[in-house]
Ligand binder design. Structure first.
Ligand code: ZN
Ligand code: ZN
Length: 217
């Protein structure tokens, strides 16, 4: 900011995509001017898990209307929200549409009106802060990748939507392991747990692997 005077947003750059000129509108109350434009999303449009990527396309329908105090600007904005699902942390994306309206007052004198609200700088107005705030407010607080996202498995943390409906950690043993377990029991014979117990005694670390022969109910 090379030259900040009383109003920090003085000296608007008319080339900025969200700086609108009111030259075509004129100042006679009641006159209107509409246009559509696509602008890059402002920075820091984010809240929690989601946001609008800076620089991504935001489509605007802009309507400016001269009123006695200034210029009433109404904007409908459409942007793409991306982020993480609140339940499974998977990727989320979807459109958001907001409508923002703001009065930009004719600057009465040398920019002192800034504290109360927005004002015109000459024939220019800066809609960026208004659009930014409107988009942030429109972001979902608990975005979901799908309406009924089942979230993560509480036991192993895999996304249940991908793991499938059969995913679970019940007492049933995975059939692929069951046969291994049987084989182990057969090999060990009646004294299956014996060697493990000996080892426990020897190294004294108290580690004991439950063996098939033990009651575990
Ligand atoms: Zn999800
Ligand atoms: Zn699991």
């Amino acid at each position: 900011m090379p030259q900040s005077r009383k109003n920090p947003s003085a000296r608007l750059d008319p080339r900025k995509p969200l700086v609108f000129s009111t030259l075509d509108l004129g100042r006679s109350p009641g006159s209107e001017y509409s246009q559509q434009r696509t602008v890059p999303a402002p920075a820091y449009v984010e809240a929690g898990l989601v946001g609008v990527a800076e620089g991504s396309d935001v489509e605007l329908d802009v309507r400016m209307e001269a009123v006695s105090e200034g210029v009433l600007v109404t904007v409908t904005a459409r942007a793409q929200v991306t982020g993480e699902c609140a339940r499974c942390l998977g990727p989320v994306s979807g459109p958001v549409e907001v409508r923002a309206q703001e009065l930009f007052a004719y600057s009465a004198d040398d920019g002192q009106a800034g504290a109360e609200g927005y004002s015109l700088q000459g024939d220019l107005l800066d809609f960026e802060p208004v659009l930014h705030d409107a988009l942030v407010l429109a972001l979902p607080l608990a975005p979901l990748c799908q309406e009924d996202c089942p979230g993560l498995c509480v036991e192993c943390g895999v996304p249940l939507a991908q793991a499938g409906p059969d995913h679970g950690h019940g007492p049933a043993i995975d059939p692929r392991w069951a046969s291994l377990q049987e084989a182990a029991a057969r090999l060990g014979g009646p004294g299956a747990g014996g060697s493990e117990l000996d080892e426990t005694e020897m190294n004294g670390n108290g580690r004991r692997t439950p063996s098939a022969g033990e009651p575990d109910d």
